[in-house]
Design a binder for this molecule. Structure first.
Ligand code: NAD
Length: 499
């Protein structure tokens, strides 16, 4: 059995705590590796190394730091297939989807090549008599990030690329479910020219997270994962005086208006609801058709599409729409929620419960499920399922539909399908959700905009990537300067006389 490592001071280092987590191959159900779970002492050692390396990195001019990002982009492209394969093997998502995971991280690295421009300060000439005022953005020092299993390449890069481009050292605590790609990314950053100790990967669980939160040297913590842990990390990290941003769970609604192109809406729902087995924080998990006639037409279009979805292992290449979910426990949780939906009176119009794949009976595959007549009091509506389960809630009016999305505790993403510009505009203006799609099912902003939800989907003031990342990973210092007046006349050639 493969024993994975940490990546500390430029070396693969074995864990010394004696504690490990199982890393599965979700397609077969087998444990394929052991992931070391760091002790507080192991985390402290990494922090000391980071603190020693960081000042020289911060003093390296920003253009040279950006060149490391440029080289890193080239290496990511060189190793794309290898990274995607390693990612699929531990996560279960299809190979094209895994390559997309790497690509959406790579795009933020590309954006960070522009760090010298983003880090420029402001200057006011003659703010007072002989006084100039200017500001600079300085690195924080040692920063840390804690990431989820569902995007093991993209989300680490969203954090460490801007942090490092700003001159910080970064400690990554990835998900213990799929830690191999984060380790590979750290190696590639060093191959790109990053000095040792600036990017380290310390694997672990709550003990490693608490070691980050209670370490006085660590200045900032970024987190992406489920909402209860986001709330814990935000509360604890802020109480320790750190800068913290946490991104949590989601329940994303798509409103389908009667005038929508129903084929387009159904295609969008199938991709956004079942892609990556529904294990995306921007997945659509609730369809809200407006009016019973719209709902009937939508369900009629959806059923054959959902029934035709191909589920299989990533080794089947492009021939698969989605793969297994990440663990047996995740599968059981999804099936329990499906059962609760049936028990609480929802109509299961596509039933994936008996799905089984020949040769992969022990894999964590879950068939596609489609519910109709879901109501807001049901658990399948209130909770994040994070699986291939789409719930349809029938609304009678547009106001009822927008009200559902607004009243839900999560506010990550949402979408509206309509041909009417006025409705779309009203929706975009009024909705209390961070990312909105108009005839776009998964409105994930590109690298140069920012990513973040509202309500219980995000905690903290600044979003991920885009200009916010450069604010989050730097501190502003403002200098007010006055110099005593000097002699500007030049040399005197005649003898000075008293006047
Ligand atoms: P998770 O909360 O279980 O784990 C996330 C991280 O927290 C991991 O590194 C894990 O080791 C750590 N962790 C787990 N339990 C902990 C504890 N008790 N104390 C301290 N740390 C702990 O989330 P997950 O299952 O890996 O990821 C799925 C969740 O992430 C979903 O809820 C999904 O919506 C969310 N997510 C949100 C976004 C976003 O941008 N809003 C993006 C991706 C995923």
């Amino acid at each position: 059995m493969q024993e994975l490592t940490h990546y500390i001071n430029g070396e693969h280092v074995k864990g010394t705590s004696g504690r490990f987590a199982d890393v599965y191959n979700p397609a077969t159900g087998e444990v394929q590796a052991k992931c070391p779970l760091a002790s507080t002492a192991e985390m402290e050692q990494a922090v000391e190394i980071a603190a020693a390396a960081q000042p020289a990195w911060a003093a390296t001019n920003p253009q040279r730091r950006a060149r490391v990002m440029m080289k890193f982009v080239a290496l990511l492209n060189r190793d794309m297939d290898k990274l995607a394969e390693a990612l699929s093997r531990e996560h279960g998502k299809t190979l094209p989807d895994a390559a997309g995971d790497v690509q959406r991280g790579l795009e933020v690295v590309e954006y960070c090549i522009g760090a010298p421009q983003m880090l420029k300060g402001e200057f006011t000439d003659s703010a007072g008599p002989g006084i100039d005022m200017y500001s600079m953005r300085q690195a924080l020092g040692v920063t840390a990030g804690i990431t989820p299993f569902n995007f093991p390449a993209m989300i680490p890069m969203w954090m460490f690329a801007p942090a490092i481009a700003c001159g910080n050292a970064f400690i990554l605590k990835p998900s213990e479910r799929d830690p191999s790609v984060p380790l590979m990314l750290a190696e590639l950053m060093e191959e790109a020219g990053l000095p040792k100790g600036i990017l380290q990967v310390v694997n672990g669980d709550k003990e490693a997270v608490d070691a980050i939160l209670y370490n006085d040297t660590i200045q900032s913590v970024g987190f992406v994962g489920s909402t209860p842990i986001a709330e814990y990390i935000y509360g604890t990290g802020c109480a320790q005086g750190k800068r913290v941003q946490c991104f949590g769970g989601a329940k994303n609604h798509m409103i389908i208006m009667p005038d929508a192109d129903m084929d387009q809406a159904a295609d969008a729902l199938v991709g956004a609801g079942y892609g990556a087995a529904g294990e995306r924080c921007m997945a659509i998990s609730v369809a809200v058709p407006v009016g019973d006639e719209t709902a009937d037409r939508l369900i009629e279009k959806l059923v054959p599409r959902v029934e035709a979805l191909k589920v299989g292992p990533y080794t089947a290449g492009n021939d698969v729409d989605y793969g297994p979910v990440v663990t047996g426990a995740a599968k059981q949780n999804i099936l329990n929620l499906v059962q609760s939906g049936i028990d609480q009176g929802a109509k299961l119009v596509v039933d994936g419960r008996d799905f089984s794949l020949q040769g992969y009976e022990d894999g964590f595959f879950v068939g596609a499920h489609l519910f109709d007549n879901v109501t807001p009091d049901m658990d399948i509506y209130k909770k994040e399922i994070f699986g291939p389960v789409l719930s349809t809630v029938r609304a009678q009016t547009y106001e009822e539909a927008i009200g559902l999305a607004m009243d839900h505790e999560y506010g990550n993403g949402t979408a509206i399908y309509t041909r009417d510009g006025d409705t779309a505009r009203d929706f975009a203006n009024r909705i209390n959700i961070g990312m909105v799609g108009v005839n776009v099912p998964i409105p994930v902003p590109l690298a140069y905009h920012t990513f973040g939800g509202w309500k219980k989907s995000a905690f903290g003031d600044l979003n991920q990537h885009g200009p916010d990342a450069f604010k989050f990973y730097t501190r502003t210092k403002t200098i007010t300067a006055r110099w005593p007046s000097g002699i500007k006349e030049g040399g005197e050639f005649s003898i000075p006389v008293m006047e």
